[in-house]
Design a protein around this ligand. Structure first.
Ligand code: GDP
Length: 167
């Protein structure tokens, strides 16, 4: 990674496994090849990419997911990488799954993000159609100020999300 790339604002995608982080990452970064963080000690690949929106560029890092309630060594290391990504980020994108609803791990992540004291944008992914939007309401039980409905797979709401990030 060049010094110039490191100077760009960094947005970290966090959320439980399977909520659609990598789909959203690919949607934001596009087809350009993502860079892998190959610094020593970084055991799990953290994918970095650049997102261009309007006349702005920011970096996006996809974390492996936050499996908080685990003793599995590999998953613990994934969690460390996610924490590292949050620590380095200027803004955190907290990805929720509107289809699966709120799960225990989501509450844990909310706690962790509160402690991190970083600006957070919460998105409800898998809101593929207008009819799915009612599912977003349930996610407010997490105490989040706003939850933006998106569909990474169908590119719904992603431009609005990028507007918010740039703002
Ligand atoms: P990650 O583990 O959080 O990185 O999640 P992935 O990006 O690997 O996605 C997990 C699963 O959710 C995959 O089967 C995706 O195809 C699916 N998925 C991702 N985004 C959407 C979406 O917007 N709508 C629907 N219906 N499925 C999605």
């Amino acid at each position: 990674m060049s010094a110039m790339q490191q100077a760009l604002p960094l947005v970290a995608l966090v959320g439980r496994p399977n909520v659609g982080k990598s789909t959203l990452f690919n949607r934001m970064v596009g087809s350009r090849t993502a860079l892998v963080d190959d610094r020593p000690g970084v055991t799990r690949d953290r994918l970095f990419g650049e997102c261009r929106h309007e006349d702005r560029i920011f970096r996006v890092v996809d974390t492996g997911g936050f499996e908080l309630d685990t003793t599995d060594q590999m998953l613990l290391s994934v969690r460390e990488q996610a924490q590292l990504a949050v620590d380095e980020a200027d803004l955190v994108l907290f990805v929720l799954d509107a289809e699966a609803g709120v799960q225990a791990a989501d509450h844990d992540i909310v706690e962790l993000l509160r402690k991190a004291n970083k600006p957070v944008i919460a998105v409800a992914n898998k809101v593929d159609t207008q009819g799915h939007e009612e599912r977003v309401g349930e996610l407010y039980e997490l105490g989040l100020e706003a939850v933006l409905p998106v569909s990474a797979e169908h590119a719904r709401g992603v431009a609005e999300l990028c507007d918010l990030i740039v703002e």
